[in-house]
Design a protein around this ligand. Structure first.
Ligand SMILES: [Zn+2]
Length: 137
């Protein structure tokens, strides 16, 4: 919305004949756009790197109505938004508040986990791991 107002301001400046002021504002917008583009590219690279480390295709699981990610058998990260995962394939970490969880991307609200249940433990992942039998003994 702020960009829309700036573009309107530039248009008004050109119409009023204040070309130098309009050009100055246009250069400012272009500079901000380049900085934003660079930051977006950096964030994409960061996400790619983290995905390679976490291997979500192997370590993602669904429990108690949410998606969870485990980086090893003991550490579980989450919960992640089920709507964003099911519609866009995006892992969006839910934010906890007084009422439960809120997705900062799609703004979906979810009830808190029942105290008795809590977050899943690494045992969920442990159950999914293959047991290696050593035949060389
Ligand atoms: Zn979401």
């Amino acid at each position: 919305m702020q960009l829309f107002h700036k573009i309107k301001e530039i248009s008004d400046l050109f119409e009023a004949g204040s070309n130098e002021q309009a050009r100055h504002l246009l250069r400012e917008i272009l500079s901000n756009y380049v900085a934003l583009h660079d930051e977006t590219e950096r964030q994409h690279l960061r996400i790619e790197t983290l995905e390679k480390i976490l291997e979500p295709e192997k370590n993602l699981f669904y429990a108690q109505g949410f998606f969870w990610l485990t980086s090893d058998a003991k550490k579980v990260h989450g919960p992640f938004c089920p709507k964003c995962m099911n519609t866009e394939g995006d892992l969006i970490l839910l934010e906890k508040d007084a009422h439960g969880f809120l997705c900062p991307y799609c703004n979906c609200r979810y009830p808190a986990l029942r105290e008795a249940v809590g977050a899943p433990t690494g045992s969920v992942q442990t159950q999914r791991q293959a047991h290696i039998i050593n035949f060389n003994q």
